[in-house]
Design a binder for this molecule. Structure first.
Ligand code: ZN
Length: 129
């Protein structure tokens, strides 16, 4: 299990599993936020508590941030899928560094081909280096 908190502490997330990797995406939003994402479904592997402000991007998802300290907490699908599950990701930059430092980075080309790029041996710790 991994926990994250915004800087002021008003918003918390909990990720129940041990993620295999964290995703760095180069899309027009993620590259500005500098977020690193781990994914699951809302209320299943990932839980967020506390008030968040959404920034709706397109028709698929909204980014959520703390209205007090402005930390980027999560993104959340705008609609549930056919099974009623809602895709969600939380930002591992809100976790304690030692809890996530070992996670390999997956590079997602959200700006271009919209697919994963090859891994390059970088881990979360390299982003804090
Ligand atoms: Zn906050």
């Amino acid at each position: 299990m991994i926990n994250g908190s915004c800087h002021c502490g008003a918003v918390q997330w909990r990720f129940d599993a041990d993620p295999e990797s964290a995703t760095s995406c180069n899309c027009t939003v993620c590259r500005r936020y500098g977020a690193l994402w781990i994914y699951d479904y809302e209320g299943e592997g990932v839980h967020v508590t506390g008030p968040t402000q959404p920034y709706v991007r397109g028709k698929a998802l909204a980014f959520h941030f703390c209205p007090t300290c402005a930390c980027v907490v999560s993104w959340r699908g705008l609609e549930a899928n056919k099974e009623g599950r809602r895709r969600m990701a939380v930002n591992v930059r809100l976790a304690e560094p030692e809890a996530v430092a070992h996670l390999p980075i997956d590079h997602f080309d959200g700006f271009g081909a919209f697919e994963d790029l090859p891994r390059d041996a970088r881990c979360v710790r390299d982003y804090w280096g």
